[in-house]
Design a protein around this ligand. Structure first.
Ligand SMILES: *[C@@H]1O[C@H](CO)[C@@H](O)[C@H](O)[C@H]1NC(C)=O
Ligand SMILES: *[C@@H]1O[C@H](CO)[C@@H](O)[C@H](O)[C@H]1NC(C)=O
Ligand SMILES: *[C@@H]1O[C@H](CO)[C@@H](O)[C@H](O)[C@H]1NC(C)=O
Ligand SMILES: *[C@@H]1O[C@H](CO)[C@@H](O)[C@H](O)[C@H]1NC(C)=O
Ligand SMILES: *[C@@H]1O[C@H](CO)[C@@H](O)[C@H](O)[C@H]1NC(C)=O
Ligand SMILES: *[C@@H]1O[C@H](CO)[C@@H](O)[C@H](O)[C@H]1NC(C)=O
Length: 275
């Protein structure tokens, strides 16, 4: 992010004012700056006239003077940890004037933590992708995108405001596909500060892999299969037993007849003999 953003247009604006020679200073709002927590900001404190008698930057923060010219001074303000208003004051033609630099501290995404749970899933079953971005502010406007390779699986732009830094958490449930095993899962956090005078801050998580297994039959299925097999076995056994018994009974009956017939035949031949 350039600390000198918009300075060129400001200079043009100021030179336009001074060269018009109106003598009246047009109302000028504060310049809004976004500074990462604990970072520094370079401030160009420029007077509206070419020969200011005093030129200073008023702040309780630690600062150093980087460059000193007649019409402007360049300061480096250190260790900015909360929202501040810096006052650039100068005296032109005996009149004291000020310019406000309104500094808003933001907490950029320093870490993007991606977790897949479980890390090992069967094809067609659900798994959860969770992305956590710790201690970010402002939360509103933060976009969290979940990716598989380069494909966007899910994205969410967080709405609302929170005064203090908070964790942004985005979760997405999805079913596992075979090709999921061949790609990296990533989470991307993007903080858009453009509407507040800042830039785009972008950070990506470490890649994560998903282990995808072939589906295994569940225990219910196993029990059903076992019951079917047992019933089938019982049925086959019953049929076999029926068959065996019917054969036996049949053979028993025919056996009896044959014995009876033989006996009759024998009896007949005995009787026939003496005749
Ligand atoms: C500070 O601002 C003045 C006026 O806008 C400009 O002429 C000068 O070059 C700036 N200094 C730096 C170091 O940018
Ligand atoms: C300014 O810096 C000095 C020494 O480097 C330090 O002792 C002091 O606490 C700092 N003040 C602020 C407001 O950070
Ligand atoms: C920066 O500010 C923090 C809190 O305001 C303070 O604890 C720390 O000592 C400061 N660091 C420096 C180098 O001034
Ligand atoms: C400075 O910015 C903050 C937040 O952006 C805002 O609440 C405050 O009113 C601004 N101050 C001025 C003087 O513009
Ligand atoms: C979010 O995803 C949708 C499609 O799923 C896409 O059109 C949109 O551009 C994405 N937004 C961002 C910020 O990536
Ligand atoms: C994802 O699934 C878990 C349980 O498996 C559930 O607690 C959670 O609410 C789901 N999340 C979403 C975003 O659907």
């Amino acid at each position: 992010m350039s600390p000198f953003g918009g300075r060129g247009t400001l200079a043009a604006f100021l030179s336009l004012l001074c060269c018009q020679g109106s003598g009246e200073k047009a109302f000028e709002g504060p310049e809004h700056l976004m500074v990462g927590s604990g970072e520094f900001q370079v401030i160009n404190c420029t007077a509206s006239c070419t020969d200011p008698t005093t030129l200073a930057l008023e702040t309780a923060l630690n600062k150093t003077l980087l460059e000193n010219q007649v019409q402007w001074k360049l300061f480096k303000v250190y260790n900015i940890s909360k929202d501040e208003e810096l006052l650039c004051s100068f005296t032109c033609d005996g009149r004291q004037e000020t310019k406000v630099f309104n500094i808003t501290v933001f907490y950029p995404p320093k870490q993007v933590l991606l977790t897949l749970s479980p890390t090992s899933v069967a094809v067609g079953t659900l798994f959860t992708i969770e992305c956590r971005v710790p201690a970010v502010a402002p939360l509103g406007g933060l976009t969290v995108t979940l990716l598989r390779g380069t494909k966007i699986l899910y994205n969410q732009t967080i709405v609302g405001t929170a005064p203090s830094p908070q964790d942004a958490v985005v979760t997405h449930n999805t079913t596992a596909h075979r090709e999921d095993a061949h790609h990296n899962f990533l989470c991307e956090a993007q903080m858009d500060l453009r509407s507040r005078g800042g830039g785009l801050v972008h950070r990506v998580s470490d890649p994560q892999r998903l282990e995808v297994k072939e589906p295994v039959p569940n225990s219910q299925m196993v029990i059903i299969i076992a019951i079917v097999v047992v019933l089938l076995l019982l049925f086959v056994t019953f049929v076999l037993l029926c068959f065996v018994f019917s054969q036996k009974w049949h053979r028993g009956r025919t056996g009896h007849y044959s014995v009876y017939a033989t006996w009759r035949r024998l009896k007949g031949s005995h009787r026939a003999q003496p005749l």
